[in-house]
Design a protein around this ligand. Structure first.
Ligand SMILES: Cc1cc2nc3c(=O)[nH]c(=O)nc-3n(C[C@H](O)[C@H](O)[C@H](O)COP(=O)(O)OP(=O)(O)OC[C@H]3O[C@@H](n4cnc5c(N)ncnc54)[C@H](O)[C@@H]3O)c2cc1C
Length: 392
């Protein structure tokens, strides 16, 4: 017996009930559009719930285009200007959600990320948005409108918004579906790679430093063009912590990064001024700047040949310019986001609509726009979602 599929018709269907998809649905629903959000998981917003250590760093007060990486650094400007951090905090305040600034403009929930998800779901309900869970779309057809189905349902809409996210953390449901849809409709993809991800050290460095796993230091990490001053953490396989996660977005295989272990500090002055220039004086000096175990290890590895001014200059330079070539990253399993994605040249920066395929939109992480650590990726999800939602 052939079962008839139930046909659902909407003005717009959004694939993916993550941050971007939900925001897009709210904006479109508020404007009277009949909107459905299809989500393959058994609940909406799973990534929101795990974000920010469970407290969701939902935006950043100091958000500007310079906080985003993309092949086209201008692309994000329009959407970011039209949906700002203050727009999102106004929504958060309307729902009475307590929040605080942790550091560097990063806004977190006082209680839990659940507050943000609840707020988005409440807004969706108020805007008449229908969310279909456990709805894993595998195939899309376009005749005069977009048609896609699951076992028992068929969805039809003239407008389709792809908000299926990136490849990071497959465990919580990441799929390549958004990129597959882009390819199906002939859109270019910028090569994807894990970003905001811990780096793995090569064998020699790993042997020298990784038994110090857990030790952290305030550092400045840089590539040729970018630098970040934040905390670095030594791990069992390499380096992590905010400074390393930030630089990982810009690091490419077989290239090196430079770490200043003592930004703005004179490492050797105390040695030069000591009664006697020796290892004890050096250790004392370095331990005022670095955690004790790292200072000791650093001197074991970089023991000066002598105590001349020249040798001390070398020690100074080494501490400010630790150059390492990471062996790789911890991959999508540990990456907070995916860099690369749907080429922004394919999309309108105002609406996120495909230039080639009218009616097809891409928003959020699936697009080649990657935020720095600190609430910027959610701000991009809200801003790109709102830009599309207002155009549906
Ligand atoms: C552990 C972790 C912590 C993070 N913390 C922060 C933070 O504190 N602040 C910050 O700014 N950013 C943070 N991020 C990044 C942020 O979560 C993402 O950038 C953001 O969620 C991207 O939103 P999105 O809507 O594009 O994608 P997602 O939130 O990933 O949503 C995509 C949705 O699409 C669904 N989907 C996928 N394929 C299909 C399909 N075929 N059919 C139907 N549905 C599908 C997925 O199940 C998912 O629900 C964090 C990321 C991780 C992994």
């Amino acid at each position: 017996m052939i079962m008839e599929k139930k046909v659902h018709k909407f003005d717009a269907v959004i694939l993916g009930a993550g941050a971007a998809g939900l925001m897009c649905a709210i904006e479109a629903g508020k404007r009277g559009r009949r909107v459905a959000v299809l989500e393959r998981a058994n609940r909406a917003g799973k990534k929101i719930l795990t974000s920010g250590g469970g407290r969701c760093n939902f935006t950043n007060l100091y958000c500007g285009p310079e906080n985003f990486h993309s092949a086209n650094p201008h692309f994000a400007k329009s959407a970011l200007a039209r949906y700002q951090p203050s727009d999102f905090t106004a929504l958060v305040e309307k729902h009475g959600i307590p929040y605080h600034e942790k550091t560097l403009g990063q806004l977190f929930c006082d209680r839990s990320a659940q507050d943000i998800l609840q707020m988005l779901e409440t807004e969706c309900a108020a805007a008449g948005v229908q969310i279909f869970l456990n709805t894993d779309i595998q195939e899309i057809r376009r005749v005069d409108e977009f048609i896609f189905g699951t076992d028992g349902n068929e969805f039809r809409a003239p407008t389709l918004v792809v908000a299926t996210g990136g490849l990071s953390i497959p465990k919580i449901g990441a799929t390549s579906f958004g990129y597959d849809v882009a390819r199906q409709f002939g859109l270019k993809i910028r090569e994807t790679r894990p970003a905001l991800v811990p780096l793995v050290l090569g064998t020699v460095d790993r042997k020298q430093y990784c038994d110090l796993a857990g030790v952290s230091a305030d550092v400045e990490v840089s590539t040729d063009e970018h630098s970040f001053r934040e905390k670095m953490l030594i791990t069992h396989r390499g380096l992590s912590g905010p400074a390393i996660l930030q630089i990982s977005t810009y690091w490419r295989e077989h290239s090196s990064i430079k770490i200043d272990l003592a930004p703005g500090r004179d490492v050797t002055q105390a040695i030069r001024e000591a009664k006697e220039r020796n290892m004890t004086a050096a250790r004392d000096a370095l331990q005022t700047i670095l955690p004790k175990r790292l200072a000791t290890r650093w001197l074991d590895v970089h023991a000066p040949q002598s105590w001349t001014n020249q040798a001390l200059e070398k020690l100074q330079r080494q501490a400010h310019e630790w150059v390492i070539e990471p062996a790789g990253t911890e991959g999508y399993e540990k990456a907070e986001v995916t860099a690369g994605g749907v080429d922004t040249e394919e999309l309108s920066s105002k609406t996120m609509e495909s230039r080639r395929v009218p009616g097809l939109f891409f928003i959020g992480e699936v697009v080649d726009v990657t935020g720095h650590l600190g609430g910027f990726n959610f701000q991009w999800a809200w801003a790109s979602g709102a830009a599309a939602g207002r155009a549906l």
